[in-house]
Design a protein around this ligand. Structure first.
Ligand code: BGC
Length: 749
């Protein structure tokens, strides 16, 4: 602790002493008028750019460089002594205390705030990001982000490292649960609203991993090849929309190379597309150890290195002094960071550590889970279960008595009391170790049917599980597929002998319901043998309670798949995941790993030559049948669609009626797709809009979806612009990408 008292905090070179520190970390309340006179940048009537410009003029070169890098991260490369001031998150940047510019305290926060366990704090785990996207509900996305923002602040952070939106080209990617699925318009819109919600709490938000970091295998080495048009209309479009909607403070560039250059020194991605075409005013920070150079990276548009200062510390200063990097470029990097700090409100309204609203957080987590769980199969209306008619229930599946599984890696949220499958106090979070949240399906089911005999079996002995199922009124099997950053799945098949278990249970009980806890789609060779299938994803802190509400009909399912469930791995655009010749991970435990990574690993290639055909666009174009299509999800009621009208004026409006034709209240996600004219040379159809509509039993509503012109356009590589191809457009409306009862064609010029 002695170190703490004597470490100057505002630059590597130690220009500010402790006197300045006292004022630095928590004392930035609203500027008093006299303060604004001394510090004109504290005048809140000025724009963020003006305020940043005023600060910039005051900064020494060392202070500027201090803002361009982090101070290291425990376990990942060299730590600066300044890291002692870190709040315990993944990144810590020293501010400029003498000018009232606060430190940046970054935390991973994909589905909740990370590392609360090791810091002795509490975080709520929301359902996975993919689950959130399954709600197709932008208000829920906003609420998702807002909860993260509030808990970041309560823990003393002022920057979120959430916002993952890599498009699912490779569903075996171990981070699929952290992203928002396979469609750029749905994914971009949902992540944009999450970011909006987070930043509304006056913290910096980011969007990541820019770009084409679509699998974990060899992520530091892989060179991704894709043609420009496909890139712009798919993976990059998700980012473009996310940035437009969410206005994130930062973009995190990815580990991989794109067409030869590392993402974090890729001029085309960072400057031409992001900063010029999309006019992104914020800053680009590197993924952790994804910076590989000083001059090249700066020229390409990288503004900030994380987690340390290998390239953006003393080496950067030297390059400026040697004239290899201009002062204008240095200032542009710094201005972008300062600008984001003012724009997000964190300078005027810094976080105050406090006790997070645990109960409020759990309520939000449950509500979002209830909107995210997808009902995939419901033969003979097996669900909802009628509690009054059930006497015996068999609950089967590993750990379904104590918890539900969560997604791992830097997204991992720590459960209170630790891993539910280990004794209290023994189950800390460990890298690449599955973490089960203490939300017990068995308990939640028992609470719904206190009079019934609810028995549990782990399912490890198939014959025993089948015997338990045989005598029960209903058998509910919990199956899981764990995934994490730093790994990919070999196959979309359920691991262990879970397929056999389900088949056995189904053979012994005609009322078998399968609940899936997965981060990606899974294969279901047994699908036709069970009467119910529910995709619960990684359901978060209150997953079991939400699930029980759905199973027993207190909540009517309303979510739909943001991702296709294929029939087999061989149907994917790349039947086998492309593996690097040499395996490498960022967290290999090798103390010199960072040096090797910084030096650059030998590249290997992935060509995404399926191009524009991502997800359902691939199956549509290849005419491959799927298990469950994109946009699909059942409800306990039914809906009908009628009266389609497409009006093309200055805005294109698609209007139709949706009616709840059943006897239960519900909410229907209406999806609008368009088939472009043949000369556009596009996959058969694309999602161009959607709306989630609450409908009471019997109620009918007229719905209008305004279609953003870009969503009907193609990217013209030569003209470097989006272009509407003149011709006939067919609009299709319905409740799933494969159930579109309404069609209308219009000619657009
Ligand atoms: C991940 C990022 C994360 C960072 C900091 C990296 O390994 O790719 O998503 O934000 O670590 O933990």
């Amino acid at each position: 602790m002695l170190l703490c008292s004597f470490v100057p905090r505002n630059s590597v070179l130690g220009l500010a002493l402790l006197a300045g520190m006292a004022a630095s970390s928590s004392g930035f309340a609203q500027a008093a008028p006299e303060k604004a006179a001394v510090r004109p940048w504290m005048n809140t009537s000025l724009s963020a750019d003006e305020r940043a410009g005023l600060v910039l003029k005051q900064l020494t070169i060392d202070e500027k460089i201090g803002l361009l890098h982090g101070t290291g991260m425990k376990g990942l490369g060299p730590l600066s002594p300044l890291a002692i001031h870190s709040n315990g998150g993944a990144g810590y940047v020293t501010g400029v205390p003498r000018l009232g510019i606060p430190d940046i305290q970054m935390s991973d926060a994909a589905y909740g705030v990370r590392a609360s366990g090791e810091n002795g704090r509490y975080s709520t785990a929301l359902p996975s990001d993919l689950a959130g996207a399954a709600s197709w509900d932008v208000d829920a996305a906003h609420e998702y982000g807002a909860l993260i923002g509030r808990e970041l602040r309560a823990q003393g952070y002022n920057m979120s490292l959430g916002g993952g939106v890599n498009l699912t080209r490779e569903p075996r990617n171990g981070r699929t649960f952290e992203y928002s699925g396979e469609d750029p318009i749905l994914a971009g819109t949902m992540v944009g609203h999450v970011i909006q919600g987070t930043q509304a709490q006056h913290v910096l938000g980011d969007i990541k991993h820019y770009a084409l970091n679509d699998q974990e295998s060899g992520r530091n080495a892989v060179n991704v090849k894709m043609d420009e048009r496909s890139m712009r209309e798919s993976d990059l479009l998700a980012f473009e929309i996310g940035i437009r909607v969410g206005e994130p403070s930062a973009v995190m560039c990815a580990y991989n190379r794109v067409k030869g250059d590392y993402s974090c020194e890729n001029k085309h991605l960072l400057t031409d597309v992001l900063k010029k075409d999309w006019k992104f005013p914020g800053f680009v920070l590197s993924d952790w150890q994804a910076t590989h150079s000083t001059v090249k990276a700066s020229e390409a548009g990288l503004d900030h290195e994380e987690p340390g200062e290998i390239f953006y510390g003393p080496a950067f200063k030297k390059a400026v002094e040697a004239g290899q990097i201009s002062t204008a470029d240095l200032d542009d990097h710094v201005r972008r960071i300062l600008r984001s700090m003012f724009a997000s409100g964190l300078v005027d309204d810094p976080p105050q550590k406090s006790v997070p609203d645990v109960l409020g957080g759990l309520e939000v987590a449950q509500k979002i889970a209830e909107q995210s769980i997808v009902l995939l199969r419901n033969e003979n209306s097996q669900l909802p279960l009628d509690a009054s008619k059930l006497h015996t229930i068999a609950v089967i599946g590993l750990h379904a008595d104590v918890g539900m599984i969560s997604g791992g890696g830097s997204a991992q949220v720590d459960p209170p009391v630790g891993n539910a499958i280990l004794p209290p106090g023994k189950g800390q979070t460990r890298w690449l170790e599955p973490m089960w949240f203490p939300t017990s399906p068995l308990k939640a089911i028992r609470a719904k049917v206190p009079h019934a005999n609810v028995q549990y079996d782990a399912g490890t002995d198939l014959a025993k599980a089948a015997a338990l199922a045989q005598g029960a009124d209903v058998a509910i099997v919990f199956a899981y597929q764990w995934e994490s950053e730093d790994m990919d799945l070999e196959s979309l098949s359920l691991p262990e002998q879970q397929d056999d278990l389900i088949a056995k249970v189904a053979a012994s009980n005609p009322h078998a319901v399968v609940v899936l806890e997965t981060g990606s789609p899974v294969l279901m060779p047994w699908a036709g043998q069970v009467s119910g299938i529910v995709e619960a994803w990684y359901a978060g802190s209150r997953g079991a309670e939400a699930l029980a509400n759905l199973l027993f009909g207190d909540v009517n399912p309303s979510a739909k798949l943001p991702i296709t469930f294929p029939l087999k791995d061989a149907d994917l655009p790349h039947p086998n995941i492309v593996k690097p010749p040499v395996t490498s991970t960022t967290r290999s435990g090798d103390p010199d790993a960072w040096k090797k990574i910084a030096a650059g690993l030998p590249p290997f290639q992935i060509s995404y030559d399926e191009d524009l055909k991502v997800g359902y666009k691939w199956y549509d174009a290849e005419k491959k049948p799927v298990l469950f299509p994109f946009g699909f999800g059942l409800s306990y009621t039914t809906y009908s669609y009628s009266h389609l009208k497409v009006e093309s004026g200055s805005t294109l409006r698609v209007t139709f009626d949706v009616k709840n034709t059943g006897t239960r209240d519900g909410a229907e996600i209406a999806e609008v797709y368009a088939a472009l004219p043949p000369s556009a040379d596009e996959p058969p159809k694309r999602l161009v809009g959607f709306s989630k509509i609450p409908l009471a039993a019997g109620e009918s509503k007229e719905v209008t979806v305004e279609v953003v012109p870009q969503y009907l356009s193609i990217y013209d590589v030569k003209g470097k612009t989006w272009q509407l191809v003149p011709g006939e457009y067919t609009f299709m409306v319905g409740g799933s990408s494969q159930d579109l009862p309404l069609h209308q064609s219009v000619t657009l010029n």
